[in-house]
Design a protein around this ligand. Structure first.
Ligand SMILES: Cc1cc2nc3c(=O)[nH]c(=O)nc-3n(C[C@H](O)[C@H](O)[C@H](O)COP(=O)(O)OP(=O)(O)OC[C@H]3O[C@@H](n4cnc5c(N)ncnc54)[C@H](O)[C@@H]3O)c2cc1C
Length: 371
């Protein structure tokens, strides 16, 4: 009898978890997930957490329990991966040979040095989301204790992450009757580039109507508690930076081909003969060759394709070509408002909100049921 093939997945994010699910219940393989953290962080719901609408339990799923829930024979190792060669993964605490590998380690927030400041936080990892949540709470308490007269919160970044965080914090202030006293400014040179013109205008109008100050300018300089724009200085108590993404040092240092600093993959999502790369850390394209944006839905689809291709390679069947599609977009605009767009349907307001919540729950509930 031939020995079981060793499959390793690096990273238990949106892509890695889908790959694990696809590999489940297969007798010919043994699967190990390696992640530096012991939890799957639901980044797409972090806006709710920061704005005090949800608890830690809502945005993390323990990976050790989840992995066993997906397949009792699967194994989880908490360790940080530092290098990969053609048949071995090197972590800080050990080495792991593999027959097939899926790299799904995501990316990190692009944080130019001007934004290195004790009062500004990014949201890509859980510790920072926690800092942001505490800063938001602390700012409100200080304001209520009258320790501060003018309280200002800044959100730098006009993509969906920045918009969702600003909108949900503003919703909290509105509910607490503090929106007239605590000002949220959303600062970017452009907003919601992923939406069409009509939806973008509608979304910005909703944000403005809620009381968020939209500032379409570039940040030139940052000092403790002061943002310098072209012709204006904004004092702030704390701020969020969500301006873009870049490859992690681990990916940058890997000795594999890159495209725009991300792992270059072929049409089957292979970075090398037995090594697949998926999700944010891979330069993914649609079937026409157009680059795909780094989203949970592209990570999930690529995870399924890579896992299917590993099973096919083991069975000596031809691999399938990746045909990853963006099915739509849903952006929370605070409270029970959201904008959701799919190919022929656009909904906003409460319908958009219901669409957004449905997407979140549809992803999360099946995973929670596996615990
Ligand atoms: C605030 C915010 C809101 C978002 N909202 C949406 C949304 O509404 N819809 C949407 O589709 N997308 C959204 N995204 C994007 C989405 O979260 C990402 O595209 C998605 O997480 C990518 O999945 P991934 O599996 O590639 O990586 P990730 O989910 O980032 O997972 C990577 C995993 O790898 C692990 N890891 C990293 N480095 C190492 C290492 N060296 N060793 C071991 N483990 C490692 C990490 O701990 C992590 O568990 C949002 C992102 C943010 C930050």
């Amino acid at each position: 009898m031939s020995r079981k093939k060793k499959v390793i997945i690096l990273g238990g994010g949106y892509g890695g978890i889908k790959a694990l699910e696809t590999l489940a219940n297969n007798e010919n393989i043994e699967v190990t997930l390696i992640d530096k953290n012991r939890y799957h962080y639901l980044q797409t719901e972090s806006y709710n957490f920061i704005a005090l609408n949800s608890s830690l339990n809502d945005i993390i799923i323990p990976l050790d329990t989840l992995v066993k829930g997906i397949d009792k024979n699967f194994c989880f190792i908490q360790d940080e991966v530092v290098n990969v060669t053609t048949h071995q993964v090197t972590c800080k605490e050990g080495e792991h040979p593999f027959d097939y590998l899926i790299i799904a380690v995501g990316v990190k927030t692009l944080l130019p040095s001007i934004f290195h400041n004790d009062h500004l936080f990014e949201v890509k990892n859980l510790s920072n989301a926690l800092h942001l949540k505490h800063s938001f709470e602390d700012t409100i308490v200080k304001h209520l204790k009258k320790e501060k007269k003018n309280t200002n919160i800044v959100v730098v970044g006009g993509g969906s992450s920045g918009v969702e965080i600003a909108a949900e914090m503003q919703n909290y202030l509105l509910k607490s009757n503090l929106a007239c006293e605590i000002q949220i400014s959303l600062i970017a040179d452009a907003f919601l580039g992923e939406l069409d013109e009509h939806s973008r205008k509608k979304a910005l109008q909703t944000l403005q109507n809620s009381g968020i100050r939209i500032v379409q300018k570039m940040v030139q300089k940052v000092e403790p508690n002061c943002l310098y724009l072209e012709d204006e200085v904004i004092e702030f108590d704390f701020g969020v930076v969500a301006i873009g993404l870049e490859a992690s040092e681990f990916i940058k240092n890997l000795d594999f081909a890159k495209e725009k600093h991300l792992l270059k993959v072929d049409e089957y999502l292979r970075a090398e003969e037995h090594i697949f790369a998926i999700g944010d850390c891979a330069f993914l394209k649609d079937k026409t060759g157009k680059p795909l944006s780094q989203t949970a839905q592209t990570a999930e689809q690529s995870g399924v394709i890579a896992a299917k291709n590993i099973l096919r390679a083991i069975q000596e069947k031809p691999l399938i070509k990746a045909n990853i599609k963006i099915y739509g977009l849903a952006i929370a605009l605070g409270g029970k408002f959201a904008i959701a767009t799919a190919s022929f349907v656009k909904v906003d307001g409460i319908l958009g909100y219901l669409g957004k919540k449905a997407i979140e729950q549809f992803y999360k509930i099946p995973l929670k049921l596996k615990l």
